[in-house]
Each structure stands twice: as C-alpha cells, then as structure tokens.
Write a protein that binds this ligand. Structure first.
Ligand code: GLU
Ligand code: ZN
Length: 472
C-alpha cells in the first residue's frame, strides 16, 4: 500500500472509443471530488492503445464534456499511445525476471476464446529448443504474465476486504503480438508512473483488479487504494443503456440541462451525502465527499429527478447567466437578431419564463411568442378557450379597451381587463383565457398581464386583432 501521508493523486482514464457517457462522467466527478476534498491532484489519462477503436473526435468530445461539467484537471493529460516504448520495456523486464513469457500460440487459436476461455499454458514451459524453433519460423509472439499460485487480497473502500484465488486467473497477455500493451499492463504501468494513490473506477473493473494487484506485486510497486463505484441502472433495474434514453453527456447538454444540475445529479448516483438535502452547491459537495459514503448497492438513473433538479437550478441561476446560455439558441432559431439585441427585453422574458422552465431549451421552444407572433394556435387550447359564438366579439372589445391603457403596465392592464369584464357582465377568465391563446398560441403562459406588458401595446393589439379575424 502507498504511504497514506502522501499527496492524493487520482485520475480519470477514459478509452476514447465512445462519447463521454453518464457513467464515465460520474467516475470523473467522483475522482475530481476526492481530489478537491483532499486538496490533491486530478489527472486525465486517455487510454487510446486500441488504435482501431479510438478516435480524435472522441477524445475531443470527452474533453468537451469534462469542460462543460467544469472538471478542471491539474496536469497535462497523458496519452497511452505516446508511451508504447515504456510498456514494452516493462514487459521485457518481466520476461527477463521470468515473471512473464513469450506465447507463440496463433491468433486463430486465441480468437476462439469465449467468455469462459482460459489459456492452457501451452507456452509457459517451452524448452529452449521449442522456443528457438518458433523464433526461426518467425512466429508472431505475445507476452503473457506468469500468474503465480497465490491468494490475492486487497481492500476496496466500497466493498471492504476482498479475496481472490489466482487459480481463477489464466496467464493473461500483457503485450500483444502486434507490440501493443493490453489494458491490464498499461493501466498498472501508468498508475505507477503517474503516482496514482487512489484508483476510483466503475464496478465493471472489479474483476480486473486481482490481475492488477498481481502485476504490482511482480513489479515490486506499491499498490494504490481501490474504490469501485456501484453500477448505474435504468429505472427497470437493467444496466443503463441507450434503451433508457440519452446516455451521452452531450445529449443532456443539447436538451437544455445545466451543467451544475448534471453535476449535482451525478454525485448522487452512488454517493450518500448523509442528509436529505439533495440540491447542494459544488463547495458543499466537495466538503462532504468521502469514499466511505459510497454505496455498495447499484444506483438508479432517474431522468425525472434530473429534470426536476434542472428546474431548481434554472430558478437559482441569475437571469444574466441564463441569457448567456440560451442566447445562441435564440439566435439559431431566428428569434433574436444578434446585431439588434435588446438585453433589457431578453432579461425580462427570462425572468417571466424562469419559474416554470425545466429545460433551458424551453426558453426558445415555449417562449418563442415573446419574439414572434404565433402563426397557429394550439388545438386543445382553442377548443377550450375560444368557444362560444361571442369569443370574437369579446376579443374585439378587449383590444378596443386596451388601446386606451397608458402606461401599458401590468397593473393598469389588469384593472382595465377586470373593469371590462364587469361591464360585460362576464367573468374576467372569459377575457383572460381567450387572450392568452391569442397572444401566445397556447393555453399556458406566465401571468397574462405581465406577458402583455412585456410584449407592449402594439404587439398585443396586433395579435388580438388577428385572433378576432380567426374567430369571425
Ligand atoms: N479505460 C478504462 C475505461 O474506460 C478505465 C480504466 C481504469 O479506470 O482503470 O473503462
Ligand atoms: Zn502460447
């Protein structure tokens, strides 16, 4: 074990064979939290030795996801593809120490391996003669680790003390015949070289850890502390996958989830903050985080909870910050002209919409009427609120009376509408609901008097007139 007084160094080690998905992001966050809590270092290592399946595009997407979540790393990221020579040297050393050996078995033979495949140890004890014959024939060779007969024990911060028998482990490959290291070798070589003190990773790696421990022992290196994070399941208790909906962090970003909401939500997937308070600032989470509060039981990814949290975060966020986050979309949807942007008006709209928003995208999607006259009206809203033969007449009386309201402020507007209702001997609702459909195209919106004030008299009258003709 490493000396416990040394500086904490953790790493997030994604394989760039896919986008940053929520499971990977959760692992990154837990590593980051631990580093910040312990005032240690959070490092990134790109595990790109599988050249065929890795791509620059995925590397970029992973970094972009980490930046979006505001997880800053402390040192230059390490790329495994730059370190092949280092891995070969270690494998060589293990061969020289008789802790590993060349395996000449053919690709075809190895390709037959199934889940239960175990290497038969064919090349473990080749005679010198057999070996030189293979060499003479130039048979491609891999390097296998000679698994010793032993009991492997290690402590996992989440699961406690674990014991494995090395009989269950076959002589695994550490360097493939194409000269590339396997995951097991590279991960151990790098964690050692990067002076990683704590390995915090998904539960799916737990079965790899005994192999890693054996390698550390063979190399006489100190073993990091392990924490394996519980699996993330969908609401149906099956492993989270595409079937459950979005799994890439970027998809949530596109949906209009705030990075802080995503961050807070992911911290709760497998970590117990020790109180019922679920919405916490980053600072609170950093201060409360500890490996001993990681749950053993699987975590359930409840998208509804994320959406609920996001609504909370939207309400907590300053209007000006929201504006920065939604501006690009408003421009993209041609709702605002970047050259003639009216900041005051945009902030006003945001303050009106904010209380009911669950996604940032809704500012453009449901709030479009703050920028453009509705071209059609929601069918259900029409049926419900534009009924009665006199609806056109009511809307007409409404705009005629609103023409006289100055200043066009919400209180003045409300007073006018209520007086008109009294005069017509109808309930104010008979004016308000039809007006809402006329002004917004839908049956729900922020308070209609505030909406009217924000839109301004000209726009209100224009839209009411259009509604009158739609009802005549
Ligand atoms: N590259 C591995 C993965 O993406 C992680 C390795 C590790 O954390 O040890 O699953
Ligand atoms: Zn062999």
């Amino acid at each position: 074990m490493r000396n416990t007084s040394e500086e904490v160094r953790v790493r997030f080690a994604p394989s760039p064979t896919g986008y940053l998905h929520v499971g990977g992001a959760r692992t990154a966050i837990f590593n980051w939290l631990y580093a910040r809590n312990k005032k240690g270092k959070f490092l990134i290592r790109i595990e790109d030795t599988d050249v065929a399946r890795s791509s620059k595009e995925m590397v970029d997407a992973i970094f972009e996801g980490l930046k979006w979540l505001d997880l800053k790393w402390d040192e230059e990221p390490v790329y495994q593809s730059n370190r092949i020579g280092y891995y070969r040297q270690i494998c060589q050393q293990l061969v020289e120490q008789n802790k590993a050996y060349y395996c000449y078995c053919s690709q075809e033979k190895l390709a037959q391996r199934s889940e239960s495949y175990k290497y038969d140890g064919h090349c473990r004890n080749l005679t010198d003669g057999q070996r030189s014959e293979y060499e003479r024939l130039n048979v491609p060779k891999a390097i296998r680790f000679k698994v010793p007969q032993t009991t492997i024990t290690f402590v996992d911060a989440v699961r406690g003390s674990l014991k494995f028998n090395s009989d269950e482990i076959d002589d695994f490959i550490i360097l493939k015949s194409d000269g590339m290291p396997t995951y097991h070798l590279a991960v151990v070589a790098d964690d050692h070289d990067m002076k990683i003190t704590h390995v915090i990773r998904g539960d799916d790696h737990l079965s790899n850890t005994p192999k890693h421990v054996l390698l550390y022992q063979a190399l006489n290196w100190s073993i990091p502390a392990y924490s394996h994070l519980p699996l993330i399941l969908g609401p149906d208790k099956k492993r989270l996958s595409k079937r459950h909906g979005a799994t890439a962090v970027s998809e949530y970003r596109e949906m209009g989830i705030l990075p802080d909401a995503m961050f807070n939500f992911l911290t709760l997937l497998g970590w117990n903050p020790g109180s019922d308070q679920e919405i916490m600032s980053r600072e609170q989470i950093v201060n409360r985080f500890s490996l001993s509060k990681i749950n053993k039981s699987n975590a359930i990814f409840d998208e509804q909870k994320l959406i609920w949290m996001n609504g909370n975060y939207i309400r907590q966020t300053d209007d000006a910050i929201i504006l920065n986050l939604v501006r690009a979309q408003l421009i993209a949807e041609n709702l605002i002209d970047p050259d003639k942007e009216d900041r005051e008006y945009l902030l006003k709209v945001i303050s009106l919409l904010k209380p009911r928003m669950k996604f940032l995208n809704e500012f453009a999607e449901t709030g479009f009427y703050f920028f453009r006259d509705p071209e059609e009206y929601n069918e259900k809203a029409k049926k419900k609120h534009w009924k009665g033969v006199d609806v056109g007449e009511r809307l007409e009386k409404l705009y005629l009376s609103l023409e006289n309201v100055t200043p066009f402020g919400q209180d003045e507007i409300e007073k006018n509408v209520r007086e008109l209702a009294e005069e017509l001997e109808i309930s104010a609702a008979k004016l308000i609901h039809p007006a809402r459909v006329s002004l917004t195209g839908s049956g729900s919106s922020p308070g209609i008097f505030e909406v009217m004030e924000a839109l301004g008299k000209d726009v209100v009258i224009r839209r009411l007139k259009k509604a009158v003709s739609a009802n005549s």
